[in-house]
Design a protein around this ligand. Sequence first.
Ligand SMILES: [Zn+2]
Length: 312
Amino acid sequence: MVIVKGPELLRYSFPGSHPLTSVRLERFYERLERELGNASGVRFIKPRMASEEELTLFHTARYVEYVKRMCERGYGYLDYGDTPAYRGGYEAASYVVGSTLELCRLVLRGETKRGFNPMGGLHHARRDTAGGFCIFNDVGVAIHYLLDRHGLKRVAYVDIDAHHGDGVCYDFYSDERVIFADIHQDGRTLYPGTGFEHEIGEGNAKGLKLNIPLPPYAGDEEFIQAFGRIEEFLGKHEFDIILFQCGADGLMGDPITNLQYSPRAHEHAAKRLLELSERKCGGRIIAMGGGGYNPDNVAAAWMAVVKTFAEY
Ligand SMILES: [Zn+2]
């Protein structure tokens, strides 16, 4: 498997007492080095920046310019108060997107089957706005890159972050080329307040979006049961690659959510998706780190995914 590693991703770090800082990624890289630094099944690549042209595969040109201008100015918010503009933020966010695209490229070329971008999975950014700590939506850009640039027919996106992946759900809500499945804390009790059972897609994509809200304080047992529904759902459809947002903020002790998973949840999901990918799409799967605001939890959850992918 291939993992993106480099200081450029650490620059995606909001100033002051913001919950999303580079500490979480540093904690993960430390554990990765210690436990898988010499593992034969793991190859590291450097982050690369996405071009403006790539960013506009998903985002509007106007929004890309706005982010650039706001980050040059270096203060204020890119949304209504969750996602600050800071100097270097535009470049940092572009590195996150470029890194996910680079993994897509390597997988499409057959150089590897599995990839992980720990800073990726910025699933709240919309085509024309930031949201929930997410400046650019690397998943959204990657989906267009895979479908429009490289001719894949269908992408399966699975999201286990504690928050609903609204930027992917609604910006592809009527796109039948995107199979979407998301387990998250009930939107009535957590940001972004969306992702209800009745939201199943529309038009040609009706029935191709699966939203599974869990009540606050749900743990591994509820997660594993819900994940069975995702397996059944994906089993019914055909797709060419799996994109897996494995946010770690559902683990017990996260400061901003109320779920109570253990890293077993991530291990379970990674194992089942790996099996599915082998069965349905030539083993092609790319994971992205997503949220998680307790650094030890983040390192534990992501290590569970990476070890599964590396068959370590
Ligand atoms: Zn989250």
